[in-house]
Design a binder for this molecule. Structure first.
Ligand SMILES: Cc1ncc(COP(=O)(O)O)c(C=O)c1O
Length: 403
């Protein structure tokens, strides 16, 4: 089953990105009904907000579907500006954070330039950098035993000669956030280095796809460091990944540099309506955060009780270290046979011995716990405690990067 999100099939084709196999593909390969498949790989929420269902049922949109969305997305921008506490001119709308990241690469990273990526992190940064094409300057994070935190001196030194620095906080796929004050110190250091060298500081794209889960954000940091662009999304805590709504937040001149690259209507009329509604009515967000607060320690403790090495997380996902790529692949296969799709990491990836799991609804998390117990029982030669495994399927292809 494969992930292989980053492929280099042809030396002339640009690098691409793909998710794990689709639900239909998993179901077909493991002879399971599609409704039995649960996605633990995409860091989404288990159900859309009620307000989204209502709007779509009633089809109450600003303009009919025969028309394009208003090109300034005015209502959506105003709703987001109110939530992030910035001016509407400091915002840019995209079709999900992914489109915003793509626009950042296009606007700030010249072909032949260089971008710093602290690794491991979200795989899109590398893909977008290589597509320019620009040079990836990968800076390893501190080891997992030190929380996968940034190696600040190394990142700062690399940024001194770069056009762009991709940061992710909390970081996907490792799940933790940087200690208080550390990012500010890094940004201050980068600004000081640029001043001393008489050059412009590199643009720092700070991806905050999981910020709501920690309640801390850099959306106002462009006031101190105009080179910082914060990236936000409604896909994760707001639970509307399918709507595809994301934002860049930055100083007006920086947002103005992004605007020429923005397609005039990449966010659909229904998505604009639903996005505006979930920003104005935070009921579902609040419930979602409460679910994660309860389910994260429960799922982490349940998996840890089986001997799984669960990394600390402040997000809606958990990274588990299985010690070797072989063991991680065997566990992934055992889960897939039971209809549960984990995020895998490719051979050669620094996290090849790990799997990542989205924290889902309580009953779905129970299924994961039961499956994990059964897999551990099988591995130790004792009787499976729960849920019998389904028909055999071919082994998953190893591979893939993080989403
Ligand atoms: C760190 C990070 N950034 C961006 C994205 C993409 O978000 P969106 O659905 O808004 O495109 C993801 C999705 O998994 C993510 O983990």
């Amino acid at each position: 089953m494969s992930p292989t999100p980053v492929t280099f099939a042809s030396p002339v084709a640009p690098p691409g990105y793909a998710w794990e196999a689709t639900t239909e593909q998993v179901a077909a390969r493991y002879s399971l009904p599609p409704e039995a498949i649960v996605r633990f790989d995409l860091n989404t929420s288990p159900a859309p907000p009620a307000v989204a269902d209502r709007i779509l049922r009633e089809a109450r949109f600003e303009v009919p579907l025969s028309e394009y969305p208003p090109s300034d997305y005015r209502r959506l921008v105003e709703a987001a500006a109110a939530v992030y506490d910035v001016a509407p001119e400091e915002l840019l709308v995209g079709a999900g954070a992914d489109e915003v990241l793509d626009l950042c690469a296009k606007a700030f990273l010249p072909p032949g330039g260089a971008a710093v990526i602290p690794v491991p992190t979200y795989a899109m940064y590398r893909v977008l950098t290589e597509q320019r094409p620009a040079r990836v300057v990968a800076v390893p994070r501190r080891p997992g035993t030190e929380g996968w935190h940034l190696d600040v001196p190394a990142v700062r030194a690399a940024a001194a000669a770069a056009d762009l620095l991709w940061l992710c906080d909390p970081n996907n796929p490792t799940g933790d956030l940087e200690p208080e004050g550390k990012l500010e110190a890094l940004l201050a250091g980068i600004a000081a280095d640029a001043d001393a060298a008489g050059r412009a500081a590199p643009i720092v794209v700070l991806d905050e796809a999981y910020a709501e889960f920690v309640g801390r954000s850099a959306v106002a940091w462009h006031r101190r460091w105009p080179n910082v662009v914060a990236v936000r999304t409604l896909s994760k805590a707001y639970a509307i990944a399918g709507a595809r709504v994301g934002f860049a937040v930055g100083a007006r001149p920086t947002i103005a540099r992004l605007e020429p690259y923005r397609p005039p209507g990449s966010v659909s009329v229904p998505s604009v309506a639903v996005g505006t509604a979930v920003l104005r009515d935070p009921t579902a967000l609040v419930e979602n955060l409460a679910r994660i607060e309860t389910e994260r320690p429960r799922l982490a403790a349940g998996l840890a009780a089986l001997g799984w090495q669960v990394a600390p997380s402040v997000t809606n996902f958990l990274l588990v270290d299985f010690g070797s790529p072989e063991r991680a692949a065997a566990v992934a296969e055992g889960l897939l046979r039971r209809g549960l799709v984990p995020r895998t990491f490719g051979a050669g990836h620094i996290l090849a011995g790990h799997l990542r799991f989205t924290i889902r609804a309580p009953a779905e998390n129970d299924r994961l716990l039961e499956a994990a117990a059964a897999i551990e029982a099988e591995a130790s030669g004792t009787t499976a405690m729960t849920r019998p495994s389904t028909e055999e399927g071919p082994a998953p292809k190893d591979g893939g990067e993080q989403r």
